[in-house]
Design a binder for this molecule. Sequence first.
Ligand SMILES: Nc1ncnc2c1ncn2[C@@H]1O[C@H](COP(=O)(O)OP(=O)(O)OP(=O)(O)O)[C@@H](O)[C@H]1O
Length: 262
Amino acid sequence: MTSHKKGPVVVSLNGIGKVFENGTTALDDFSLDVREGEFVSLLGPSGCGKSSALRIIAGLSDPSTGTVSWPAERSGQEEHVLGFVFQEPTLMPWATVFANVWLPLRLKGVSRQAARDRVMEALATVGLADFAEDFPRQLSGGMKMRVSIARALVTRPKVLLMDEPFAALDEITRFKLNNDLLHLQKTFGWTVLFVTHSVFESVYLSSRIVVMAARPGRVIREMEIDAPYPREDSFRTSAEYSQYCREVSDALHGALEPADAL
Ligand SMILES: Nc1ncnc2c1ncn2[C@@H]1O[C@H](COP(=O)(O)OP(=O)(O)OP(=O)(O)O)[C@@H](O)[C@H]1O
């Protein structure tokens, strides 16, 4: 039995295949329903199609076969608003923190003045309200990633797609941002789809982990992480956490081929 409440399906992937022009099959028959409020991680070795799946959900890439549907939108309830956070913060170095976070609104034609409250709100959300007039070069790696998250938040998304957002950060910063992310998810009721290589990170954050294998990219196992939220640092040192990490690690190693271990 799971303690996590099951909401309605937000996005549904049905039989997704992705074959690139050079013949590489990035995804084969990938199906996944993500429900409102879930924190789902895609976990797998390099090349198993995690980024391809996220890009297809975001509409940045078309599937070769299969469909992506947004049931609530189809029933006319609401438009899905997506936020996308990449591994690199990809900030404009010549622009201030404020201008970087304003960008998505600016692209929609919202003036600096009209955007001001929302940009400052997004910066306050990630703890950077005092850094609005700084430039990216003046910030640490963790702060740059916070700016990148604020830029995704400024459009007030319901669904957040995150592609290894913390992979380049040191462990302490990563743990801190993991906690902040869970706190923000709870506050705003986001649905999160998160790509990671890390068993430990996926268990800490997720309500469900989708374990993938490569060549061709496919789902080999889905696991519910049935530990209650809020999760805090004490969860990291609990027996329950170690047990989940072991199970997920075993599933992942079952997915590795000899070539992945090189
Ligand atoms: N534009 C492209 N053209 C050709 N092949 C591609 C392209 N993009 C990705 N691939 C290939 O598709 C497969 C899946 O790539 P993808 O980036 O989705 O995997 P991933 O699991 O996110 O990997 P990583 O963890 O290393 O980022 C890989 O074999 C990759 O080399």
